[in-house]
Design a protein. Structure first.
Length: 157
């Protein structure tokens, strides 16, 4: 990895263009990577970050990977830590965090976390992993059904 690490992996959406950008990295550089213009991206990385050719090449390749890895988008007025818990489907942990950070009671914290989740799902539905926020009960029921079916099959033999 080159000398210039990425500040973090959070992404936000540019309200004018609707494009997602990795926080702390030049939008122009990300646009070049997104457009597949790697040579121009290498050149810009060398100029703006003071990297050598090999370093710039590695840095741009790492940028490309990071841009593909994290598609999460964040609301500006809510702590990222709270939003990360919501994205991960950890609503109880998010409520606990909201109570600690904001000093809210249980009911108010639950209501506020649900409002934030609704805003995130409305504004950035693609940032949620498939099935995130679901309890997983249907998976457990299917597993139990399969086990019961196998047990019946083995007893009938």
């Amino acid at each position: 990895m080159p000398n210039r690490p990425f500040p973090d992996k959070h992404m936000t959406i540019d309200r004018n263009s609707g494009r997602r950008y990795l926080d702390g990295v030049s939008h122009e550089l990300q646009d070049l990577v997104r457009a597949g213009q790697k040579i121009a991206a290498f050149k810009l990385a060398r100029e703006t970050l003071g990297l050598g050719l090999k370093e710039a090449e590695k840095w741009v390749e790492e940028l490309e990977v990071r841009m593909q890895e994290d598609t999460r988008c964040y609301l500006d007025d809510v702590p990222h830590e709270l939003q990360d818990l919501i994205y991960a489907g950890q609503k109880i942990a998010a409520i606990k965090l909201a109570r600690e950070k904001m000093g809210w009671g249980l009911k108010e914290a639950k209501e506020q976390v649900e409002k934030v989740e609704a805003r995130l799902r409305e504004q950035y539905p693609e940032s949620f992993a498939a099935g995130a926020g679901k309890s997983g009960c249907s998976t457990a029921l299917v597993l139990v059904g399969v086990l019961v079916g196998c047990g019946i099959y083995l007893l009938a033999r």
